[in-house]
Ligand binder design. Structure first.
Ligand code: SF4
Length: 81
């Protein structure tokens, strides 16, 4: 099954909310005002980085759109098997 590893670099994130608006099933804004991966997909989360694994093909196109739409290139998506 295809999986996507999703990383948010919180140091680059400016909390604009574009990612959580485009794909609220995967991204949310935390108490610190920075983006993070929602609990369902979260693998780790600290003050510098939030990491998740999304095993659902249906989000593939939107994940790419989110990567392109983040104004600070804070989001990285890698395909893993
Ligand atoms: S789109 Fe980028 S800068 Fe905006 S909240 Fe999401 S990760 Fe942060």
């Amino acid at each position: 099954m295809v999986k996507y590893r999703v990383e948010v670099d919180k140091e680059s994130c400016i909390g604009c909310g574009v990612c959580s608006s485009l794909l609220p099933d995967v991204f949310e804004l935390g108490d610190d005002g920075k983006s993070r991966i929602v609990e369902k997909y979260r693998v780790s989360d600290d003050e510098s980085k939030s990491v998740g694994e999304v095993g659902e093909e249906k989000y593939a196109d939107t994940l790419n759109q989110v990567v392109d739409s983040c104004p600070t290139q804070a989001i990285k998506v890698t395909k893993v098997e």
